[in-house]
Design a protein around this ligand. Structure first.
Ligand code: HEM
Length: 181
């Protein structure tokens, strides 16, 4: 994945636990890079190893790290560093969810070699959606959960998100139920 993702994991750790803890996590993950370049591609295993090492050193399940990382990605990286792109994504959580399928298309102008996630949103009722997430990658279910919770916080809306099921037939596919209230 592009280095901007690993930079954000570093930011999440440093903001909450300080530089020393980050260096410990980086060493535990066996990563020798002192820093990541945002627009250079790194092997996905670096990102997974950093999450695994953070889980071990902080003694927090990887699921929680991924949820916090998703929230941090929206509120610190998206909102603060890519404000215009985020604003173009929609004016409410529901609106944003329906525009999500096209969102990374615009990001590809900045990061052309992106291997983006795919999304499909279905409306079930008032404030009641099903979000389908498809990826060539595995293990990012709780990252998506955190991203949605971060978006809800960004729009000052309340969200209950439930994972309905996951399948892995050619592509990873998670179905989430979203209740916006
Ligand atoms: C301006 C904001 C955003 C930027 C700059 C951005 C950029 C990126 C980048 C660079 C990657 C790494 C993929 C790669 O290098 O191949 C990525 C992955 C991902 N993004 Fe975004 N993104 C943004 C917002 C969002 C939002 C709002 C969502 C969903 C709610 C989202 C969902 C994901 C997911 C799930 C992945 C993991 C890749 C996968 O599933 O295969 N992103 N994004």
């Amino acid at each position: 994945m592009y280095g901007v993702v690993n930079q954000a994991i570093q930011g999440l750790v440093e903001d909450n636990f300080g530089r020393e803890t980050w260096v410990q996590i980086r060493n535990r993950a066996g990563v020798d890079q002192e820093f990541f370049l945002n627009n250079e591609s790194y092997d996905d295993s670096i990102t997974y190893d950093l999450v695994g090492a953070a889980s071990e050193i902080l003694k927090v399940p990887a699921r929680n790290i991924l949820i916090d990382f998703g929230k941090y990605w929206i509120l610190k990286v998206g909102y603060e560093k890519y404000g215009d792109l985020m604003k173009a994504g929609g004016s409410s959580l529901e609106d944003f969810m329906f525009n999500l399928p096209n969102f990374h298309g615009r990001i590809m102008l900045v990061y052309p070699n992106l291997s983006p996630p795919e999304f499909k949103t279905e409306k079930i009722g008032e404030g009641h959606l099903i979000l389908n997430y498809y990826s060539h990658r595995e293990g990012l279910t709780h990252f998506v959960e955190g991203l949605c919770l971060g978006l809800a916080e960004m729009f000052n809306e309340k969200l209950t998100i439930t994972l309905l099921d996951s399948t892995n037939d050619q592509m990873w596919h998670d179905r989430f139920e979203l209740l916006i209230h």
